[in-house]
Design a protein around this ligand. Structure first.
Ligand SMILES: [Fe+2]
Ligand SMILES: [Fe+2]
Length: 199
């Protein structure tokens, strides 16, 4: 799979809005990749294809997930989460992508998880702050994204969890593990977060 083929697949299969979003995620992921020393081609491919699962209906995603035992019960209950792990599975088995890092980045792009790769972190962040995003805090997070990756990621995961809580949706435990890993890592290096220890 090369970048122009990935763009072609997208263009032929997804809505115009989703195409523009995916190109925006690619642009942001590439800039982050340069800043943090991540392979640009992998960043491009993972970004372009991160929402590949959205080509398919929720019913189809649900069926594929069930038939192939791809996800946990929480993901099965929350349609917004399904497109990430099922999308990664489809990239592997339909499009023949076998790069583990790209597959992980796509699989984890909605929840994140503690210990994920730098590529996966960049895709998670780029999805939140691509130029077309106007979601709460996107502007502020964009401002720190190129100087403090973990601070920017914590901002994005905090706001994502807040969004999920406010709508009484299910918070996936991977989002919590991701958030906590960022807090712990920032606490090691950042005086500002030391106060958390008082709780
Ligand atoms: Fe997505
Ligand atoms: Fe996305």
């Amino acid at each position: 799979m090369n970048i122009s083929r990935a763009r072609e697949i997208l263009k032929n299969n997804i809505s115009n809005n989703l195409f523009i979003h995916s190109i925006g995620v690619e642009e942001m992921a590439l800039r982050l990749a340069v800043t943090y020393g991540v392979n640009g081609e992998k960043a491009s491919l993972a970004a372009l294809l991160h929402d590949y699962g959205k080509i398919f209906s929720n019913d189809r995603l649900y069926r594929i997930a069930l038939e192939n035992d791809l996800v946990d019960d929480i993901t099965l209950q929350e349609p917004a989460l399904l497109h990430a792990p099922v999308g990664a599975w489809l990239l592997q088995w339909e499009l023949g992508i076998d790069d583990e890092e790209i597959l992980e980045a796509v699989k984890m792009h909605t929840t994140g998880i503690a210990g994920m790769s730098l590529l996966a972190k960049i895709i998670y962040l780029a999805d939140y702050i691509e130029p077309g995003r106007t979601c709460p805090g996107a502007k502020e997070i964009r401002e720190v994204a190129f100087s403090d990756l973990e601070r920017a990621l914590l901002g994005a995961v905090n706001l994502t969890i807040k969004y999920v809580l406010e709508r009484e949706k299910i918070v996936h435990p991977n989002s919590i593990s991701f958030r906590n890993s960022l807090v712990l890592s920032l606490r090691k290096n950042n005086q500002e977060l030391q106060g958390y220890e008082a709780y």
